[in-house]
Unconditional design. Structure first.
Length: 134
């Protein structure tokens, strides 16, 4: 293998979207109401000994609120990359690939999924900022 790593497959492993606030509550909002967004990103890496592949899972959560008590939406998802790594590389380089480079590539797909799901929910779409895994 000439390359340091290859993402063989990437896919949406899990998706949960919930909008628990009743729609009529939005009809009585003040004009100066402002939405708050809280994001969380977590990473897990699992080595599959039988195949020599790594599963790199990027989990993302987004909470949109209008006040401490009014939750607009909750989105939770896990996006997986199935990765093969050149094992002749030093261990620290392999860790860098799995903890930085692969998640960075997966993040672009997470941006697309989050935007699409939230845009089709009836609320304003969530546009994620760039994120660096470094």
């Amino acid at each position: 293998m000439e390359e340091d790593y290859v993402i063989l497959k990437q896919y949406l492993l899990n998706l949960e979207y919930n909008a628990p606030t009743k729609p009529e509550k939005f009809l009585i909002l003040e004009d100066d109401s402002e939405a708050n967004q809280a994001n969380e990103i977590a990473l897990s890496i699992e080595y599959q000994k039988d195949s020599g592949l790594f599963y790199v899972d990027s989990s993302y959560s987004c909470y949109i609120t209008l006040s401490d008590t009014m939750i607009v939406s909750i989105l939770k998802m896990t996006y997986r990359g199935v990765v093969v790594v050149n094992f002749s590389l030093p261990e620290n380089k392999i860790r860098e690939i799995l903890n930085i480079h692969v998640p960075q590539e997966l993040y672009n797909s997470i941006i697309d999924v989050v935007y699409s799901v939230t845009a089709n929910s009836g609320f304003a779409p969530v546009e994620l900022d760039d994120y660096s895994f470094r």
